[in-house]
Design a protein around this ligand. Structure first.
Ligand SMILES: [Ca+2]
Ligand SMILES: [Ca+2]
Length: 221
């Protein structure tokens, strides 16, 4: 009887461990490289175009079949895509970003110096404008990386804006984003399907163990 009880206790503990481990389990964030063919998991703002594409001006995917992009819309308003990640101190985010100028710096005395950026928590890791890449020029894919100085939530954002008018929108492109395993929760992260499965498995093991213990107690009575 002692042996059986020990096994039941072990089962209950295993179930409990699974329960506790599930919500914070190390699960990778999905669609970091836009391979879903859309911006699932990302948040957009602004008045210009955004999305996942297989081609934009001179850009082809750095990785896979798709990459993300934002284009300027209304003059001086950034179109953005952003996403939050929970990181531990020392975790490193990296990826490829680029700027495609679809305008000229100056025409007839008017300046159309469209620009774009990539930031993490407001820190600029990439910034280009038409002046930097030339009329209808581009930066090519540029590698970036960021090491979290402390544990916390970090917001990665790309943005692009039209200058001088709202036409000939330039773009910022993003691909091959890498976030350390476990950074997928984001702000108020909802457990992903695998996480729920683990959670239910945990409850199941715990429940089965309690049921068999109850049966034993009934038999003894
Ligand atoms: Ca990709
Ligand atoms: Ca423009």
């Amino acid at each position: 009887m002692v042996g059986l009880k020990a096994i039941q206790t072990a089962g209950a503990l295993a179930g409990l461990v699974l329960c506790l481990a599930a919500p914070g389990a190390s699960l990778a964030a999905t669609n970091l490289g836009f391979e879903s063919g859309n911006v699932s998991g990302w948040t957009a703002s602004g008045t210009g175009a955004f999305g996942a594409t297989d081609s934009l001006g001179p850009f082809a995917p750095f990785e896979g079949l798709f990459f993300g992009f934002v284009e300027g819309g209304e003059q001086d308003v950034y179109t953005t895509l952003s996403r939050a990640f929970d990181l531990q101190a020392g975790d490193e985010i990296s990826g490829e970003v680029g700027f495609r100028a679809n305008d000229v710096f100056e025409d007839g005395g008017t300046i159309f110096n469209d620009d774009g950026y990539l930031t993490i928590n407001g820190l600029t890791l990439f910034s280009r404008d038409v002046a930097a890449v030339g009329d209808f020029g581009d930066s090519g894919w540029v590698h970036f990386s960021f090491v979290a100085p402390t544990a916390g939530t970090y917001l990665l954002e790309i943005g692009a804006a039209n200058r001088g008018d709202g036409g000939f929108a330039s773009a910022v492109v993003l691909d091959n984003l890498f976030v350390p395993t476990g950074g997928g929760g984001g702000v108020g992260g909802i457990p992903e399907p695998q996480s729920w499965a683990l959670l239910l498995l945990g409850f199941g093991v715990l429940g089965a163990s309690l049921r068999s213990r109850r049966r034993l107690q009934l038999q003894r009575a």
